[in-house]
Design a protein around this ligand. Sequence first.
Ligand SMILES: [Zn+2]
Ligand SMILES: [Zn+2]
Length: 276
Amino acid sequence: MSDARDAVAGQAEGLPGDYHVHTTYSDGTGTVAECVAQAVSAGLAEIGIADHFSPVVEAPWNIRHARLDDYVRSIMEAASGRADVTVLLGLEADYVPEHEAQLRGFLADRRFDYVIAGVHQVDGFEFDDPDQRDGPRWQDPDALLRRYYEVVAGAAASGCFDVIAHLDWIGLWGHVPGPGVRSAIEAALDAIATSGSALELNTDRTSDPAGVMYPSDELLAAARARGIPLVISSDAHEAAHVGRFWDEAIVKARRAGYRETLRLSDRQLVPLSAGP
Ligand SMILES: [Zn+2]
Ligand SMILES: [Zn+2]
């Protein structure tokens, strides 16, 4: 098939899928069915449910271990027999270096369409906790940021993940990395490129004080330069947010040089529409 016909075929398949969606199985408010319905009405070709999970920590914001089979079954049921949208079974697994062996063991026994890496803490420090903004870990922000990118590099190198979520979320309070963080950022991007994982452009720019999509334009361009494939995802915690801000995200991705996104159902790169 020619390049031109490839492009036509890709555009006919619709907007990039949303692969980072939370439901009532973790800390979302929408059911699987409600999220899938929203994907259809938003015109998405694919949706993947990826609720929070830790193989070690049972917490209210994670899928309860006792409900895992139910989680899998409900998504398989939602996927079954649909012609209007492809529904994928995903997971956003916490990446904690000390829990890597448990995660690897868990994933070896289970079959997911894809697994997203969520780095939500650094050495046990939950950097999004507003009560710790004046604590000792934020006294040297660049040191914390360096350590964050080291953990992200570890997630990529673990080989457990298909997608790295919300890269540079450590900037949620508005910190801009200083020059001393640069080498750690480069190393994290290099690790992602080597791993073959995709990078997520996270469209949720409303939940954090920084008010931005992750990652920054600069990091996105640096990822593009390394040939890291891209997915666009909402990180929706309510059904109405599935596919939110897609036009804006497409403009941002194209500004960084991306002309394709990764379709997770078959791991094909498909053309990114020009946007508005
Ligand atoms: Zn996350
Ligand atoms: Zn998430």
